[in-house]
Design a protein around this ligand. Sequence first.
Ligand code: SAM
Ligand code: SF4
Length: 475
Amino acid sequence: MKFYPEKYKIKDQRMKPFIDPEEIWDYINNTESTKERVREVIAKALNKERLNLKETAVLINANDPELIEEIKQGAKTLKEKVYGNRIVLFAPLYVGNKCTNNCEYCGFKASNKDAIRQTLSDNELIKEVEALEDNGQKRLILVYGEHKHYSPEFIAKNVKTVYSVKKGNGEIRRVNINAAPLDIDGFRTVKDAGIGTYQIFQETYHPEAYAKYHLGGKKRDFEYRLTSLDRAQEAGLDDVGIGALFGLYDWRYEVLAMVRHTNHFEACYNVGPHTISFPRIQDASAVNVDPKYMITDDEFTRLIAILRLAVPYTGLILTARESEQVRREVMSFGVSQIDGGTKLELGSYHESQNEEQNLNREQFAINDNRSLAEIIDELIENEYLPSFCTACYRLGRTGEHFMEFSVPGFIKRFCTPNAILTLAEYIEDYATPEVADKAWRIINKEIKGLDDEKVVCLVNERIEKIKQGERDMYF
Ligand code: SAM
Ligand code: SF4
C-alpha cells in the first residue's frame, strides 16, 4: 500500500492495514458541511443508522457554534431515546508497570529512570481485589506495561486469581484487559481464562505521528498494533475495545479513523468493537508531547457527541483522566461506562500510599479522584442509574450494545432490570444510609418506567431476595 512507509511492510497477508491517511484527509478536506447536511446526518443517526465516513466528516466539519450545539443536542436525544439512564461502573487495576517501549507521552516508558517499577505479587493482587470488592466493585480492567514478564500465561493466571477472590458478598464478575498486542495463540490463552473485553488503543492512526511518539520497543510497529484486534478476532475473542489518545495528532483525523476501524470490523467480522475510548493526554513523569494537537474541553465534548452519533451502538468509555465537570457534561451525550474510585499507583487500593499523587508511581495523573461511593452519589443525584451488570457477557450474549440498540424492548427487559438488581446489591452491601435512601428512590422510579408487568413482578421478587441475602441474579 503506497501510503505506508517501507518500514510498515505487511508481513501477515491476512491482516492488511485498513487505514489510508490520504483517504481520511480527503474526506475531511473535501466534505461540505451545510446546515441542511448536518441536520440530515443527525436525523439519520437518530433513525438508528450508523454513519459512513462522509457523513461523519459532515459533522466534523460543522464549525458554526449553533450547529455544534445541534450535534450535541442530537447526541443527547439519541442517548435518551435509545439508552436511558444507565451508566456502567468499573475500576482499573494496574498490575505491572515494567515496560520495554518508549511512548513519549507515558510515565512508564523504559527511558524514564525515575519511574518506580513494580509488578503485583499474587498476594498483592488478591489484596487489591479484596479492597476493590470492599468498595462494591464488580467489574475490573487489568492494566499492564509491555514486557516479556506479562505473557499471555501470566495475564491468564492473574485473571483466574481475580475471579477466585471472594470477600463477604464481594466478587469480581467481569475482568477486562488493557495490555500489549498479542499473537493469535496469546489472545486464545487470555480468552480461555474468561476475560470480557481486550482493549488496545492505536494511540494515533496516523503512521507518521505514530512514528514520532513511539521511539523504541515492539510498539514502534504501527501495523502490528493496528491489526492486533484482528488477531484477537481470529482467536475467537470478538469482544474488543479500540481507542485513540487525543493530543498526538489532529482530533478530526482520529475520529474518522476510529469510525473506519469500526467499519473494518463490521465488514470483516460482522461485529463492531465493543467499546471506544478517547483518552486525552494527561501530565505524566517525563512526558514529552508537542502541544500543537492538544484539544480544548470544547473540542473534546464536541468529538464525543460526534462519535455518539456516528457509531450509535458502540459503548463509549470515559475515564477519570477527565475532571468532574467534563465527565458530567459528556455523560449526557451517551457515554455508557465510567470508572469510579480510580487509583493508578500500583498497590494503592489496599495500601494507602502518599496522599499526594506521585507521578513516579503512576502512568499519568488523573483529574477525578472521587471514591466510588461519591461517584454513585452524584450519578443518582443527576437521575442516572448506576449499574454493575455483567449479564450479557456471562450468558454469552455477545454484541450486547448492538442488541440494546436494535432489539425492541431489550433495554427494558434486560439492561434496566439488571442495573436495578446490581444497584440493589450495592445498597445492601456497601452504601451509607444516606446514599441508600436516594438509590432506592431511583430504583423505584426506574421500576415505574418498566412497562411489562411480568418483568416488574420479577424485579420486585428478586429485590426481596436480595434483601434476604441472595446475590447475583440476572436476566
Ligand atoms: N502498555 C499497554 C499499551 O500501551 O497499550 C497497555 C496499557 S497503557 C498503560 C494504557 C493506555 O494509557 C495507553 O494505550 C495510552 O492510550 C494511555 N496513556 C498513556 N500515557 C498517557 C497519558 N500521559 N495520559 C493519558 N493517557 C495515557
Ligand atoms: Fe509502555 Fe504502554 Fe506506557 Fe507505552 S503506553 S510506555 S507501552 S505502558
